[in-house]
Structures are given as structure tokens and as C-alpha cells.
Design a protein around this ligand. Sequence first.
Ligand code: ADP
Ligand code: 5GP
Length: 191
Amino acid sequence: MGRGRLFILSGPSGVGKGTLRERALDDIEGLVYSISCTTRRSRPGERDGVEYRFISRPDFEERVKQGRFLEYAHVHDAFYGTLKEDVERELDAGHDVLLEIDVQGALQVRQRMPDAVSIFVAPPSLEELERRLRNRGTEGGEELRLRLKNAAEELQRAGEYDHVVVNDNLDEASLTLRKIILDYRLEHEVG
Ligand code: ADP
Ligand code: 5GP
């Protein structure tokens, strides 16, 4: 079996990356998710080692020093990073790996692994993005404002990605994402 391929999913907070990612993992056999490390606090319902590995700031810094991150970034108000060893293990096992990371991390991965396929998830509009974030209800006040401010900047970066998926209708966006991933597999089999 050949090595797997790395897919990067990026886009502003609240655009639906987590929702699309879950669907992709349910729908596509052989696709695995790389669980990131973060220094942010867990939200109600989040489990350590499932949504994220929740680690302390000193632990995070130690891993940075040891060079264990494929990429890491300070996003909103916490650190987030992808462990190299997790990604390499899955790619070596022949699995395709999905990362859900911010635009700074995506840039680092594209530089280090030029074969990675980058996908930007865009909202139909900033108004709709704000509506989704408010409805999700996981952040309020300053945190919500920070995410919306960052979103406007992140949207400027969509053109740097290999693919842009507009998450307007969820079913359509899921299908588009699925097709992007499966088309790369087909290309690999043919080529
Ligand atoms: P992200 O992971 O990008 O921060 P989420 O997946 O948590 O975003 O989605 C943010 C909110 O928007 C959630 O409440 C989710 O159910 C909702 N949502 C996701 N996709 C759509 C869509 N296409 N239309 C309407 N609401 C959506
Ligand atoms: P949240 O706190 O809402 O789960 O995620 C906030 C942001 O951090 C999202 O844009 C998400 O994609 C990003 N993120 C999650 N994990 C990583 C990671 O490992 N690296 C980077 N660079 N960003 C991440």
C-alpha cells in the first residue's frame, strides 16, 4: 500500500469545518483525523484525546522546543499544534489524513509538505458566519468579536488554497469536499 495523502481544512471559526470534517470522516473510508494539541480550555462536552489533547502552556512549549510539531500557531487566544509523529504514522500506514487547522498553520504545512492538498471553507457571507457563531453559542462577548475580526482577515487568504468550498448548503458542501478527496485517490490509482 502506498503512503497516504495529507488534506488540510482551513477557514474561519464558525464556518462549519468541524461539521464538514465529521461528515467526511463518517463517509470516507481510510480517512483519519489528526487530533491537535491545544492550550485552550475544553468546552462542555469536549473530551481530552477526542476533540483535542488539552495540554498546559509549559507542556506545549516543551513540545515546540523538542521540534515535535509539524506546525503550530497562536489562534484567537491559545496555542494549537499538530504533532509530526501522529501525521507520519498514519501516512505511513497508507491512510489519508485530515488536518483542521488555521491559516497560519496551513501555510507552514504547505511549505514543509508541498504534496499536501489545501482546502479553504468559506461562508456564504460574513453575516451568515456571525449567525452561525452566535447560534453555536460556545463563545460570547470579546471571544466572539475576536473570532469575527480574525474571520475577515482569514477570508482574504482563500485564494492561496488549492480548493475553496463554500459552505452554504451543508449537504452540497459535504459532497464537494468528498469529491475533492476521492478525486485525488482516483488520480493516484490512474497515475
Ligand atoms: P467551525 O468548526 O468551522 O468553527 P462548526 O462546524 O462548529 O464550525 O459550525 C458552526 C455552527 O454552524 C454549528 O452550530 C453548525 O451546526 C452550523 N453549521 C455548519 N454548517 C452549516 C450550514 N451549511 N448551514 C447552517 N449552519 C451550519
Ligand atoms: P476552536 O478553538 O474553535 O476549536 O479552534 C479555533 C481555531 O484553531 C480553528 O480555526 C481551528 O481550525 C484552529 N486549529 C485547531 N487545531 C489546530 C492546529 O493543530 N493547528 C493550528 N494551526 N490551528 C488549529
